[in-house]
Write a protein that binds this ligand. Structure first.
Ligand code: ATP
Ligand code: MG
Length: 309
């Protein structure tokens, strides 16, 4: 791809015996919100920090906007904004002072008006005069996004921006990310929340044990399952679902005690068959649940494990 803003080729990073990043290649296009989704220890932070120029790869090549990141990452500093851990912030400054101080690190004299414009983008303008230690967790995360934007970068990197936030704060941050992306900035984020990846990202690389095991749009990843929905239920007594399992629309049947689950590409047919089986065996079915397939199911399908296990 000629036009990729980020081009990662055959990236490898090893820590002793651990292949933290194991031959990963990916291209990220201008204007994308690109997600790196994976469980703890998958290598998400390692790959992000190599792209940001903070960790040196063992092998491989990384280009940002046509410039090689390594061996001299200073060349790409002006292109990128990196969200820092909020714990590093100085508590004795106000929010606006912090933004202006950060701008000064880039040699930028930022006026109050400009600082407040930036704070408005992260929905923090009403907190401009608040001390940093008075911010909530979600507000601190949004402030750290503002700080990553002081140099007006082309690419913004967010490493697990919503971990530890409550659902409301998480949604607010999603809106902020969408707004920044709507202004044309490319965003690369890591997450282990499948819903976050599904809502925000144009494309997602699913990582596991240092490898990118799938890369596609959220819809493309879910379609790759070949199933529309996951059906789960419990039975009062053991149910023989052998016949159901042999239906072509049904896959990945599993049973644990009296809890059953399977995927189907034909919900109506499967439910009808299931109820027919239950009736013919005089078994009562409870807690019948039909859920649209999601990225968690994709991960489970690819690895045999859940994202949070
Ligand atoms: N500096 C380091 N020294 C030794 N091992 C490391 C180092 N950094 C990461 N690792 C190992 O590399 C692997 C990938 O770690 P990484 O932090 O990239 O995962 P992650 O996907 O970001 O996980 P999390 O979701 O927990 O943040 C892990 O096995 C980790 O223990
Ligand atoms: Mg990490």
């Amino acid at each position: 791809m000629v036009n990729s803003i980020i081009d990662v080729r055959n990236l490898v990073k090893t820590y002793g015996e651990v292949r933290a990043v194991d031959n990963v290649s990916l291209q990220i296009e201008h204007g994308e919100v690109f997600g790196i989704l994976g469980p703890n220890g998958a290598g998400k932070t390692t790959i992000l920090e190599m792209i940001e120029g903070l960790r040196r790869p063992d092998h491989g090549a990384i280009m940002i906007d046509g410039l090689s990141v390594w061996p001299n990452p200073n060349r790409i500093k002006h292109l990128i904004g990196v969200q820092l851990q909020t714990t590093a912030l100085m508590d004795f400054l106000t929010v606006r002072e912090m933004v202006r101080l950060f701008a000064s690190f880039y040699g930028i004299h930022m006026s109050r008006v400009k600082a407040d414009e930036l704070l408005d983008k992260v929905a923090l303008v009403e907190k401009a005069n608040s001390m940093i230690n008075q911010l909530s967790g979600g507000q601190q995360q949004r402030l750290s996004i503002a700080l990553a934007l002081v140099n007006d970068p082309k690419v913004l990197f967010l490493d697990e921006p919503t971990t530890g936030l409550d659902p409301q704060a998480r949604r607010k941050l999603w809106m902020v990310v969408e707004g920044i992306n709507a202004e044309g900035k490319t965003i690369v984020l890591t997450t282990h929340y499948m819903e976050e990846a599904q809502v925000l990202c144009s494309r997602i690389a699913i990582m596991d044990h240092g490898r990118a095991i799938a890369l596609d749009t959220p819809v493309g990843l879910i379609n790759s399952l070949g199933a529309d929905a996951k059906i789960t239920f419990t039975a009062k007594h053991p149910l023989d679902i052998e016949k159901l399992a042999r239906t072509p629309s049904v896959s990945q049947v599993s049973q644990f005690d009296l809890s059953y689950s399977f995927y189907t590409s034909d919900v109506q047919e499967s439910i009808t068959n299931l109820l027919g089986l239950a009736n013919s065996q005089s078994v009562k079915i409870e807690n019948l649940n039909v859920a649209g397939a999601n990225l968690e199911d994709v991960f489970l399908h690819l690895t045999g494990r859940g994202l949070r296990e």
